[in-house]
Design a protein around this ligand. Structure first.
Ligand code: ADP
Ligand code: MG
Length: 729
């Protein structure tokens, strides 16, 4: 009898919503009060330091050391006024999680006393003993130091008793070891390239930022049940579990009424988010039972990425207060939808214009089309790299599983814009255009409505969809750091815009008039990028066949997808934009492979642990009950009566034996494959063997385990079942 499971279920059933009375206030009253933002800066900084910091924040310039001392002292004063005792550099190593090491402000001084101190040096740079963060071979032991350096473009904030300072993380030799450094560089490259292109249309544009609005999907589970599922605890997903009779078939969970306990949790973490200046505004039930989503108002990309990572941490911590655990994994449960994180991306100018929003005049619409077509072209040129940017062991479960965009990259434009591009292609010809033709073309472009029908009528099956005034990169996984995919998107767009400008300038040098030069280059791109455009159903098998015909890649698993990270084209692109050197990018590739292998390795080990320690003993003890019963029957019944009475039970005994044997055999074979894989000499080979050989046992074993769950007495089954985990009261 599994008492652990029964106790956990009793605990989960008895829960009540936990309401916090502190939230009965308008958000505007406390929004951002734990952020060292403009208000705090004005209050605590001298005018000189304020101006200097503002400049660094807006332009990403370095804060002078003298100023840094002042800023640090003021940050400390502000933080202390809120009861803060510690500070940390908060960074994003390539392990995927955020990292922090808290140091106290206090320093012992003579006479056995102590004072609180926070110097400019401590603010600007730290040297964490960081030799165990992934580095892909970049750091030799003799140069094992890493540095964290303050990123003034993302404001410091207070979380718990700690002042957190967003930082980049680089090696002693200057290579980036995190997600933030290349993201910042990609934003700079994009700013420069996009601002240059904007000059064709509007001389007032001096800065372009990329904007990001993410939508975070997640599952909730009662913590009592979570605590006795080792697979969830250690891998984030259930490695076993028979489907619940009612899953998501009735589609009654999506946007349904939010359970009270969950609503209380949402209010609580949103409150924490608002204190931290994270503009979360939307909440709803998602498609699968126990699945939810939250989304903020979009922000500048670097800040949005920091906010997403911080919020994931906040959500996990607040969940524990509510006796929930939050599952950020891309696929916690088989057979129902997994979780993604749509990345809504656009470009905004210092003049307040969204460059991916159609305008009201031919001129602004030509600008819109320029950025629009260049995005399509960039995705066309680097589709495989984009695919690699969202590749992970977790996300492999989603892509192509008819619940998320397929592993084939394509762009959805919507009917209206597809027509516009088709017309543009027809109207522009290589010879010189007459003034009438040009006017007609501009008139045509001017007619692009500023609200597009497709904004509402959107294609949910596309990995990269235009949604009226932004692109939505929908293939990103729910647990991912958006910084990875956003770095790629910004980088390929920057490269593309540089190429575009070169081509237009070359034509203009040959005395082609500006608008006509732009038209000609756009036409060329429209033709060249055609194969990446797809308006149909991305889940259908027809698309797989069609994509193959078009020569688009369809790489279903991570080890294959990662290859694009180190193609000549990718390395050249990152290098030409000054974002990642060959060495840095190759290191990232190695780390991605290793992470993949480790994840599959852990899952494989846990499968074996659970099979040996939990599943097989439960099945065998149930089988023993039946055996006892059968033997009892034999002693009291005649041979004839016994034959009839014991038939079903004998079958059950055999079925259990067969399944137990099969599971044990597969688990042993899997272990052998693992051993072989571990002896291979390259990260690439290992990842492929883990993917093709080791992982192939997961389904075989799971199939048998789930059958056992179905037939074994509920009382002896050790693991909380899907029907218990997925229905929150
Ligand atoms: P949904 O995709 O769920 O229908 P919306 O289209 O309203 O929701 O918005 C989804 C996300 O897109 C939100 O996080 C929103 O802030 C973001 N978003 C809206 N405009 C932009 C923009 N110009 N740049 C980046 N993100 C944006
Ligand atoms: Mg969306």
């Amino acid at each position: 009898m599994s008492t652990r499971r029964i106790l956990a279920l009793q605990e989960a059933i008895s829960r009540k919503p936990i309401e916090l009375n502190k939230i009965n206030e308008q958000v505007s009253k406390y929004y951002g009060s734990n952020v060292f933002g403009l208000d705090a800066m004005r209050e605590f900084l001298s005018e000189e330091a304020f101006q200097s910091l503002q400049q660094s924040m807006n332009q990403g310039t370095i804060v002078e050391r003298k100023m840094a001392d002042q800023v640090a002292a003021c940050m400390k004063a502000w933080a202390q006024s809120k009861g803060v005792t510690h500070f940390t550099h908060w960074f994003q190593p390539l392990s995927g999680a955020t990292a922090e090491k808290h140091d106290g402000f206090f320093e012992p001084i003579e006479g056995g006393r102590a004072i609180e101190r926070f110097s400019g040096n401590a603010l600007v740079q730290q040297e964490p003993d960081a030799s165990s963060f992934p580095n892909g071979g970049i750091r030799n032991t003799f140069e094992a130091r890493g540095y964290t350096a303050w990123d003034p473009t993302s404001p410091a904030f207070i979380w718990g008793e700690t002042l957190c300072i967003p930082t980049i993380f680089i090696s002693y030799t200057g290579e980036s070891l995190d997600f933030k450094t290349p993201l910042l560089k990609s934003l700079q490259a994009l700013d420069k390239a996009a601002t240059d292109v904007c000059q064709y249309f509007d001389k007032n544009v001096t800065k372009v930022i990329a904007t990001l609005g993410w939508e975070q999907e997640y599952f909730l589970i009662d913590s009592a049940l979570y605590n006795i599922r080792f697979d969830l605890q250690q891998t984030g997903r259930t490695l076993f579990g028979h489907a619940a009779a009612k899953g998501q078939q009735l589609e009654d969970h999506y946007w349904g009424s939010i359970p009270e306990r969950v609503a209380a949790y949402m209010r609580d973490f949103e409150h924490e988010a608002h204190l931290l200046g994270i503009p979360v505004r939307t909440r709803h039930n998602e498609v699968a039972p126990a699945q939810f989503e939250c989304a903020p108002v979009f922000e500048e990309t670097n800040l949005a990425v920091d906010h997403n990572l911080l919020l994931m941490d906040v959500m996990e911590k607040v969940a524990i207060r509510h006796n929930f655990r939050v599952l950020m994994h891309e696929k916690p449960y088989a057979g129902i939808n997994g979780s993604g994180k749509h990345n809504n991306w656009s470009l905004a100018t210092n003049t307040g214009k969204n460059l991916l929003s159609p305008g009201k005049t031919p001129k602004t619409n030509l600008q819109f089309l320029t950025f629009f077509v260049n995005t399509v072209m960039a995705v066309h040129e680097h589709a495989d790299l984009l695919r690699s940017s969202i590749a992970s062991a977790n996300n492999d479960h989603r892509l192509g599983a008819n619940e998320a965009p397929p592993a084939i990259m394509s762009v959805f434009l919507g009917q209206q814009l597809s027509n516009v591009l088709d017309e543009l292609e027809k109207a522009v010809h290589s010879g010189k255009m007459s003034p009438e033709e040009k006017t007609a073309l501009k008139m045509n472009i001017g007619r692009i409505p500023d609200i597009l029908l497709d904004n509402t009528d959107r294609n949910r099956t596309s990995p990269f969809a235009f949604t009226g005034n932004k692109f939505e990169f929908r293939a990103v996984g729910s647990s991912a750091n958006c910084g990875g995919p956003m770095t790629v998107l910004n980088a390929i767009m920057a490269e593309q815009l540089v190429a575009f400008k070169n081509e237009v300038d070359a034509l203009m040098n040959k005395k082609v008039e500006k608008d006509e030069a732009i038209f000609q280059v756009l036409k060329k791109y429209i033709i060249a990028s055609k194969k990446i455009r797809f308006e149909g159903n991305g889940y259908g098998d027809e698309w797989k066949a069609e994509a193959k015909k078009r020569g688009l890649s369809n790489i279903p698993t991570t080890p294959g997808a990662l290859e694009a990270m180190i193609s000549k084209k990718t390395l050249a692109m990152f290098e030409s934009q000054g974002i990642l050197s060959h060495r840095e990018q190759e290191a990232r590739y190695e780390i991605s492979l290793e992470t993949y292998t480790k994840k599959i390795q852990i899952e494989s080990r846990i499968i074996a642990d659970m099979v040996n320690n939990q599943i097989l003993p439960a099945a065998i003890s149930y089988q023993k009950n039946i055996v006892d019963n059968v033997m009892g029957l034999k002693t009291i019944l005649s041979a004839e009566e016994f034959k009839k009475a014991a038939e079903i039970q004998l079958n059950l005994i055999h079925e259990i034996s067969e399944r137990v044997n099969s599971i044990k055999k597969s688990a042993d074979e899997m272990r052998e494959e693992r051993k072989k894989a571990n002896n291979l000499d390259s990260a690439k080979k290992q990842a492929h063997v883990y993917c093709d050989k080791v992982k192939s046992y997961f389904e075989t074993i799971r199939y048998q385990v789930d059958k056992l769950e179905y037939i074994v007495d509920d009382k002896v089954w050790p693991l909380p079942k899907y029907r218990e985990m997925l229905y929150l009261r």
